[in-house]
Design a protein around this ligand. Structure first.
Ligand SMILES: Nc1ncnc2c1ncn2[C@@H]1O[C@H](COP(=O)(O)OP(=O)(O)OP(=O)(O)O)[C@@H](O)[C@H]1O
Ligand SMILES: [Mg+2]
Length: 378
């Protein structure tokens, strides 16, 4: 697989204390990885190793397959944008000078740099006319953070490191900047390493979350997988109970469906169908073929209306059924169930093979489990 940043057995000692223990990590190109963990666990140390503000005690870091220890630091940093907490803007320089500082050092064409500066201001939602000639103290905290982000993009780097860039902001500005970052990232597809304290922020913006504790990586996976399969109690506690309910788009048909719906073949008589429903205590049957393709659905109600119980189910089954896919989210499923006023919906893969069904009662069970879990905590 293609990746840009790879940590191999990184260890960092300060004095004689081990701060990072054997960190190994791969960050794929174009992904936003959020590093999260409690204060002092080593997030900033990990981040600063990527642009060699801190060097490891042992282990290696590769960027695009190249060992960064053997690279020229200036050249290395030219390809890495860095946004630090509290903006790190130079107070004695105007916003324009702050954004252009590295492009100027690089002696890039003046007209191009100016054009790019205006584009970057636009990108982070600030008016060039209004702000470029001001000094950082003449901007609000949120505006300064925006400039910090713009500056990190000024050299058009492949990698961007962000150390709690939004943590000092009020919740509204924060959410706004998170959304802008998501939007920006969907267009620019940079590799971003983003340190945060905030799990909601990580879930919202990250492709992958790296949960650290005491200098070790505890779990590294997509937000969805971390929410669904926290690896241990530490992660569980860290994400908090029922967190999945703040992100219901991650709850999918395959997570809540009944895996083995009661089925029959199309040449089953209605009499046998009724028997089968009774013995399995269900009020409908999925009619499938030998390969498990769903052909139709029949319900006890429909069968009860037929006086001839010897006819075959294929003659009366409903072949125009609504269905959902295994990866559909619970949000869409609830809408489907409501719109079509149906009590159950089969889950089919792309080819039409029956994977499970979702019934009103399985939905209710899933929805109520969040309240039951809270009960257990008491
Ligand atoms: N230069 C240094 N010398 C000695 N110890 C250091 C140095 N830099 C960091 N540490 C220690 O290393 C540990 C990890 O620090 P780091 O800054 O990486 O934590 P962090 O996870 O970013 O925390 P926070 O969330 O508070 O920013 C801390 O215990 C810190 O005191
Ligand atoms: Mg830190």
């Amino acid at each position: 697989m293609e990746f840009v940043i790879e940590f191999i057995n990184i260890r960092k000692d300060f004095k004689n204390k081990t701060i990072l223990k054997d960190i190994s990590l791969k960050i794929n190109k174009g992904e936003l990885v959020a590093i999260i963990g409690s204060s002092g666990c080593g997030k900033t140390t990990t981040l600063k190793m990527i642009n060699r503000l801190i060097n490891p005690t042992s282990g290696k870091i590769f960027i695009n397959g190249e060992d960064i220890a053997s690279k020229d630091v200036i050249k290395l940093r030219r390809n890495i944008g860095y946004v630090i907490q509290q903006t790190g803007l130079f107070p004695h320089l105007t916003i324009r000078e702050n954004i252009q500082i590295i492009p100027k050092v690089e002696k890039l064409d003046k007209a191009n740099v100016e054009k790019k500066t205006i584009e970057l201001m636009e990108m982070v939602g600030l008016s060039s006319d209004e702000f470029l000639d001001r000094y950082p103290t003449e901007l609000s905290g949120g505006q300064q953070q925006r400039v910090g982000v713009a500056r990190a993009f000024a050299i058009n780097p492949e990698i961007i490191l962000m150390d709690e860039p939004f943590s000092a902001l009020d919740p509204i500005t924060r959410v706004q900047l998170q959304e802008e970052l998501i939007d920006l990232q969907s267009k620019l597809k940079r590799t971003i390493v983003f340190v945060t304290h905030d799990m909601d922020e990580a879930i919202k913006i990250a492709d992958k979350i790296c949960i650290m504790n005491k200098g070790e990586i505890i779990q590294y996976d997509t937000p969805e997988n971390i929410l669904k399969n926290p690896i241990n109690d530490f992660v569980n506690e860290f994400i908090g109970k029922n967190r999945i309910w703040s992100s219901p788009e991650f709850i999918r048909a395959k997570d809540i469906m009944i895996d083995h719906p009661v089925t029959c073949f199309k040449n089953t008589s209605l009499l046998r169908c009724i028997e089968k429903m009774r013995s399995s205590k269900v009020d409908s049957l999925m009619v499938i073929d030998k390969e498990n393709y769903l052909l139709g659905i029949t319900t006890a109600k429909e069968i009860q209306n037929k006086s001839d119980r010897n006819i075959l189910v294929e003659e009366i089954m409903n072949t125009k059924f609504i269905n959902v896919k295994p990866d559909d989210s619970i949000i869409g499923i609830l809408e489907t169930v409501k719109k079509h006023k149906i009590g159950q919906v089969p889950v089919l893969d792309d080819k039409g093979v029956l994977k499970g069904i979702i019934t009103k009662s399985s939905l209710v069970t899933t929805l109520s489990s969040q309240f039951l879990d809270t009960e257990e905590v008491k």
